[in-house]
Design a protein around this ligand. Structure first.
Ligand code: GLC
Length: 406
């Protein structure tokens, strides 16, 4: 290991260790001190894939604590909340002291499999399998009212892309200010509570209810991972493999539109009427992660990814730079996020685009080395925004070590 590599690994571990918490005997990593003190679902999955290289026990613990937050009773039994309040404090917003009432992208089976692949230790998979099955059963029971194998989000926070222009239309907003967009998201929580988070009631009311391409593609990949975990621990897993195939097929048929000239558009479907919403964003590239594209479709998408609209000086911008709403300095309005880059990087590798994947990691590594472990970045200048010690930015470690680049 070179000195550079050693120093960079140490820098990542310093961020993660600095944000580590222990509560009720459970260990987890908060996304960033002061700003994000709770445990967050998809953040913890990214932390786990970073930890797997250096501290596998902590990688498993990160997921173990997340699963400990699973909802035990009521209509939402099985859901893994997007925020677990280990120290309490959730009551005023959510009506629950210890957790939120919505979820986030399901990456837990994927993260668990990634730790297993690195360590060869299958023991925790026996413990995780039942709660992971319950989580996916919850999706099918509570988020697929029309049984079309596409699950719906009932709040933009569930996507992880909180303030993205993707949500302006389904949130009934037009060119919102940060404040307007934030207050709409907070206001929506009361609507969710009134409807007891029932997606059918919410859709009938015209509340935010969206089947998104990226979330559904992530779900497909997580179902595949769950099926693999099943085989590792001697279960059949057939059910999950079948559901993954079906869901993948529906993503392909319903969320990818191709016109007579062969132009391909990826859309999300909004409301009971399943109105297509087409707001260009990097979320379309997450279809690569779920394996939801034919090789020809993947090629088209990868060409688009490499266009200057997305392949900015620091790729990948989440809103294309030629979009009227592109705003490189504002939260989710046109920034680079390591969470999204990790998904795209894995998707590129899945489809055999190894050189582009490698290049993406090299550029992302330069970004983090030169600008720090910020929450998100300006895709033009590399300037970092949000907390400077954001835990999930250390997922660069997984990318760089896999690509032999650290
Ligand atoms: C922000 C992000 C969300 C993330 C959370 C904690 O709310 O939009 O995706 O999970 O911060 O880092």
């Amino acid at each position: 290991m070179s000195n550079h590599e050693h120093d960079f690994i140490q820098a990542c571990m310093t961020v993660l260790r600095g944000n580590q918490m222990t509560s009720n005997g459970f260990r987890y990593t908060r996304p960033a001190p002061h700003v994000y003190e709770q445990q967050w679902l998809w953040d913890s999955c990214f932390h786990a894939v970073a930890y797997r290289w250096l501290d596998p026990a902590m990688a498993w613990d990160e997921l173990r604590s997340l699963l400990a937050g699973q909802v035990k009773n009521g209509a939402d039994a099985g859901m893994i909340p997007h925020m677990v309040y280990w120290q309490g404090g959730g009551e005023a917003l959510w009506g629950h002291d210890k957790h939120s009432i919505i979820t986030q992208p399901p990456l837990i089976a994927i993260a668990a499999l990634a730790i297993y692949e690195k360590t060869g230790d299958s023991t925790p998979l026996y413990e995780f399998y039942a709660p992971l099955c319950a989580y996916h059963e919850w999706f099918m029971r509570r988020r697929d009212a029309d049984k079309d194998h596409l699950v719906s989000l009932i709040h933009p926070w569930e996507s992880g892309w909180d303030a993205s222009p993707r949500w302006d239309v389904p949130m009934g907003l037009q060119m919102p200010t940060d404040e307007q967009s934030k207050s709409a998201r907070h206001g929506l929580v009361a609507t969710l509570r009134d409807a007891d988070m029932d997606m059918q009631i919410l859709a009938d009311k015209g509340s935010f209810c969206v089947e998104t391409a990226d979330f559904n593609a992530i779900r497909v990949a997580d179902l595949e991972a769950l099926a693999q975990i099943a085989l590792i621990i001697g279960e059949s897993g057939r059910r999950w493999r079948d559901e993954a195939k079906l869901a993948c097929e529906v993503v392909r048929q319903r969320l990818i539109q191709t016109d007579n000239d062969g132009n391909m558009t990826i859309c999300d479907l909004s409301g009971s009427a399943e109105m297509p919403i087409i707001t260009p964003s990097a979320s379309q590239f997450v279809l690569l992660f779920g394996g939801c594209l034919s090789p020809e479709q993947a090629e088209k998408l990868v060409n688009r990814l490499q266009s200057s609209a997305f392949w900015t000086p620091y790729p990948v911008t989440t809103t294309p730079s030629d979009h009227p709403q592109f705003d490189p300095a504002h939260y989710w309005r046109g920034n680079v996020w390591l969470s999204v880059n990790w998904l795209i990087w894995r998707g590129l590798r899945r489809y055999g685009y190894h050189e582009i994947a490698h290049d993406l990691v090299a550029r992302t590594l330069t970004l983090v080395k030169n600008h720090g472990f910020h929450e998100y970045f300006n895709p033009m200048t590399g300037d970092g925004y949000g907390p400077s010690q954001q835990s999930w930015t250390t997922v660069i470690l997984d990318m760089a070590l896999t690509e032999n680049l650290a």
